[in-house]
Design a protein around this ligand. Structure first.
Ligand code: UDP
Ligand code: MG
Length: 302
């Protein structure tokens, strides 16, 4: 089979029929053998009902349904672990990513043998709220300063890649996953193409600003130990400043002590981010639990 398309779906019942139609029309036109791996990430609307129906009408559709909501990272991982195409793609279910861009990326990858991944990046965020834009650009700056997994600003999970890239991704055993960072860390030659996502067709984004901040901090912690090393430097500097202060003044002022407590708590906060990751990886619980898998025994057609 040529192309596996992985689609994480969380409460996307309103867009699935249209998405399926757009994709299958394009893929049939281009005569590409494909499989759509639609992962229902514990949706509470009629997503699963829709997926069941789509699966019945199309032999190339496979459905994985989770026992509860495990998050987009888990859904993408499940898709990757079950994909068998020569080329793999990941796209969103909300029609923000189009079939025509996906195919453009696929052909770019086929034409340029020196590349292993074609990835889209969001060139302009002018239609996003100012706060989100500022936080996003801050994230990329901080990430690229601290992290070993450098990211192109705006780089997205909407990509097409060769199956050896998929094998590398799923070989990483970490439990708290940050796919954008993983793509960067595993290497391979990546061609970036600019892309402007369409407006969401229905519903709303599943990510609040708070969740995006949590996800971004998690991404940095996954690929950098510089924050921990920073704690050592902060400790040494604080000690020297306090020591000099003590020698000169004979005591430490209340203000200095309060500042020191603040610094200490902040440093413990940073440590706790790492400890919680160690804890997750030690428990080694699976990233997701599958309730049902449908359509994997069917033969795919063009
Ligand atoms: N998604 C998911 N699990 C989640 C949240 C989101 O599978 O817990 C899916 C969602 O259905 C969509 C994609 O991930 O297909 C991107 O989600 P969303 O559109 O909310 O994110 P945004 O486009 O705002 O980054
Ligand atoms: Mg979206």
């Amino acid at each position: 089979m040529e192309l596996s398309i992985i689609i994480p779906c969380y409460n996307e019942a309103d867009t699935l029929d249209e998405l399926h139609e757009q994709l299958t029309n394009k893929l049939k036109e281009e005569k590409i053998t494909y499989e759509l791996i639609m992962v229902d990430d514990g949706s509470t609307d009629s997503t699963m009902e829709k997926l069941n129906n789509i699966c019945k009408t199309n032999k190339n559709v496979k459905v994985i349904s989770f026992s509860k909501n495990f998050g987009k990272e888990a859904a993408m991982l499940a898709g990757l672990q079950n994909a068998s195409g020569n080329y793999i793609s990941i796209m969103d279910a909300d029609l923000q990513h189009t079939a025509s861009t996906l195919l453009k990326m696929y052909y770019k990858l086929k034409e340029n043998d020196e590349f292993d991944v074609v990835a889209s990046y969001i060139e302009s965020r002018s239609n996003e709220p100012a706060l989100k834009r500022t936080l996003t650009s801050m994230f990329y700056r901080i990430n690229n300063l601290l992290s070993d997994a450098k990211l192109l600003p705006g780089a997205s999970d909407f990509r097409v890649f060769k199956s050896n890239v998929k094998d590398a991704i799923i070989s990483l055993p970490e439990k708290r996953r940050f796919l954008k960072g993983i793509f960067s860390w595993i290497g391979f030659n990546t061609l970036y193409v600019p892309y402007t996502p369409l407006k969401r067709a229905h519903g709303h984004s599943k990510w609040s600003i708070f969740e995006l901040i949590k996800y971004s901090i998690g991404g940095i912690v996954s690929f950098s130990n510089k924050p921990i090393k920073g704690i050592f430097i902060v400790g040494v500097v604080s000690f020297i400043v306090c020591f000099i202060n003590f020698i000169l003044m004979g005591n430490l002022s209340h203000r200095t002590i309060i500042l020191l407590i603040g610094i200490l708590l902040f440093c413990i906060g940073i440590l706790s981010l790492y400890i919680s990751r160690i804890y997750s990886n030690l428990l080694a619980r699976p990233c997701y639990i599958i309730k049902t898998k449908i359509g994997f025994d069917k033969k795919t057609t063009k």
